[in-house]
Ligand binder design. Structure first.
Ligand code: ADP
Ligand code: DP6
Length: 324
């Protein structure tokens, strides 16, 4: 029995994915771009075992219920089919990131599961194929196959919607993650974006401007223009949240401390410390900064937050197999 543990890191989008054009195939309505982080990740192993009755999924050592297991089972079927495997699987996964709190556990979780399934089935998929498969588990997981800055190209069909690495982020870049609240959110990203697409009158404007932001941020990344990259990141994230606010019912993931964190970023900028915020489907705030400024910025945040709420992340690497 082959049982390899595979690690995938989370990624935080600088240009957000918020909305699908095909919910079943998980095809996005726009392309997106992210930074993979070293501080948060998932380790997963898959072992096929004909002596068990059904797929069995442990997350953080806890046996998961039917709903969570079914999601994983359906995803594994995508790998079982081409490999001609019919046995149930034992899936063990550990999230070194809070689950479903807006810190991208779905990205690292589904990317690690894709990698572990690939190993267990011996399919020898390329990274591009893995990205494509991961997409069918969770859109943002496409990007966690690679390290550094990664673009998920929306593509024209299911066969060309995958992520590509665009820059290894081997320059002075980091992120301070402000954990405002690590509890599970009430509305998943999947539900939140679905209702936004359906009901927000701002949605077409969001798509138009995010396409433009993507072109501009790629220029900024290629030329290592930190200020421009930060300004576009902050603006794109806020536009996504504005679009959600326009949904019916209005959707907001913010908490009072999220606003405190964003205000502090603006204040630090006024004081001459360059840093920019972004937020996802949760109350936590991610502060894009120069790695060399990250300790200084963290210290300033300690005047409002406990130090265990503040995590400095460096650019992370792509999917990797850990052990037999
Ligand atoms: P987040 O902000 O953490 O990405 P989402 O609501 O987008 O939150 O996604 C959370 C979902 O991702 C979980 O309900 C589960 O379906 C999936 N997920 C998270 N971690 C894992 C994991 N380690 N293995 C498989 N699926 C996972
Ligand atoms: C706000 O990838 O979790 O983090 O494809 O439905 O699984 P599904 O959604 P998911 O959504 C991520 C939304 C986001 C922005 C982003 O990561 O681009």
């Amino acid at each position: 029995m082959t049982e390899k543990k595979v690690r995938a890191h989370t990624n935080i989008a600088l240009i957000k994915y918020w909305g699908k054009r095909d919910e079943k195939l998980i095809l996005p309505a726009s392309s997106s771009l992210s930074l993979t982080l070293d501080a948060f990740y998932t380790d997963t192993s898959v072992a096929f075992d004909s002596s068990i009755q059904q797929d069995t999924f442990y997350l953080n050592g806890v046996l998961q219920n039917d709903v969570a297991t079914k999601k994983v089972s359906h995803f594994l079927d995508l790998f079982r089919k081409p490999a001609g495997i019919h046995s149930p699987a034992l899936i063990k996964s550990t999230n070194f990131v809070p689950t479903a709190a807006g810190l991208a556990s779905s990205a690292s979780g589904m990317a690690a599961l894709a990698g572990a399934a690939n190993e267990a089935c011996n399919l020898q998929l390329t990274k591009r194929e893995l990205s494509l498969f991961a997409r069918k588990g969770s859109g943002s997981a496409t990007r966690s196959i690679y390290g550094g800055f990664v673009e998920w190209q929306m593509g024209t069909s299911s066969t060309d919607s995958y992520a590509v690495p665009i820059d290894d982020a081997d320059w002075d870049i980091g992120m301070l993650v402000v954990v405002v609240n690590s509890r599970q959110k009430e509305i998943s990203s999947r539900e939140g974006m679905k209702n936004t697409v359906k009901t927000s009158p701002f949605y077409s404007g969001w798509l138009e401007s995010t396409a433009k932001d993507l072109i501009e941020i790629k220029d900024a990344i290629y030329s290592h223009d930190f200020q421009k990259m930060g300004e576009i990141t902050e603006s794109n994230g806020m536009k996504m949240h504005g679009t959600m606010l326009g949904a019916n019912p209005p959707l907001s993931y913010w908490e009072p401390d999220s606003v405190v964190a964003m205000q502090l970023v603006r204040q630090l900028r006024q004081e001459g410390l360059p840093c920019y915020f972004t937020m996802d489907a949760g109350p936590n705030v991610k502060v894009l900064c120069r790695l060399t400024d990250s300790d200084k910025i963290k210290k300033r945040f300690e005047t409002h937050f406990d130090s265990d709420q503040l995590i400095i992340a460096k650019p992370g690497e792509g999917l990797k197999v850990l052990s037999e």
